[in-house]
Design a protein around this ligand. Structure first.
Ligand SMILES: [Zn+2]
Length: 179
C-alpha cells in the first residue's frame, strides 16, 4: 500500500502521547510545559508569533489537535491570541477558581493541556473571547524541519543539551527516506 498525504492523520500523533509528566517534559519546551502542563500564563505580548496551518487551523502544541480556525481569530488588543469560537470536538472548558477569581479555563480535550481562558466579552457572532497562550499553539507546522533542543545528559549541577533535527509535526515524510 502506498502512503499518500491523505492517509496521514495530522490531527493526532497516534499512540505517541506521553503518559507521564516526565515524558511531557521531554517533548515540550520549558515554556510549553509551564503553560500546557502546569497551567501557566505567558506574559502579555510575550508569546511567539503563531501562524495557522495550511488548512487554516491553529493546533495544540502538545498533541497537534486542531483547536481554532483562523476565521475565528481576532485582534483583541490584549497581547494574547484571541478567538471568538473554538473547535468543540477538541476544546473543553472547566471552572478555574485559582488566584481568587472564577474564570473559565480552556483545555485541549485530547491531551488535557491548559490553553488559556474564555471570557464573555468577545465579538459577534458568539460574544466569546478565547484568550489563548501563543506558546500552547503549535507554531512550527509550516516548517518541514525543526531543530529542537533536547536534554542529552544530566548531572547534579549541569545539563548537557544537544540539538536534534526532526520532522515537524504533521509533515508527511517522503516514502523511503530513512532519517
Ligand atoms: Zn492537545
Amino acid at each position: 500500500m502506498s502512503e499518500t498525504e491523505s492517509d496521514i492523520d495530522t490531527t493526532s500523533k497516534g499512540d505517541a502521547l506521553p503518559s507521564t509528566e516526565s515524558e511531557w517534559q521531554e517533548i515540550l519546551t520549558d515554556e510549553q510545559y509551564e503553560i500546557l502542563r502546569e497551567r501557566g500564563t505567558e506574559p502579555r505580548f510575550g508569546g511567539p508569533n503563531i501562524e495557522p496551518d495550511d488548512d487554516g487551523q491553529y493546533r495544540c502544541a502538545g498533541c497537534n489537535a486542531p483547536l481554532f480556525d483562523n476565521e475565528t481569530k481576532f485582534d483583541s488588543g490584549t497581547g494574547w491570541p484571541s478567538f471568538f469560537d473554538a473547535n468543540e470536538e477538541v476544546v473543553e472548558t472547566q471552572v478555574d477558581t485559582r488566584h481568587g477569581m472564577e474564570r473559565i479555563e480552556v483545555l485541549c480535550s485530547r491531551c488535557g493541556g491548559h490553553l488559556g481562558h474564555v471570557f464573555e466579552d468577545g465579538p459577534e457572532p458568539t460574544g466569546q473571547r478565547y484568550c489563548i497562550n501563543a506558546v500552547a499553539l503549535d507554531h512550527d507546522t509550516d516548517q518541514e524541519w525543526v531543530i529542537s533542543l533536547r536534554v542529552w545528559d544530566e548531572y547534579p549541577d549541569i545539563k548537557i543539551y544537544r540539538y536534534e533535527l526532526c520532522w515537524a509535526e504533521g509533515v508527511a515524510k517522503p516514502p523511503g527516506d530513512d532519517i
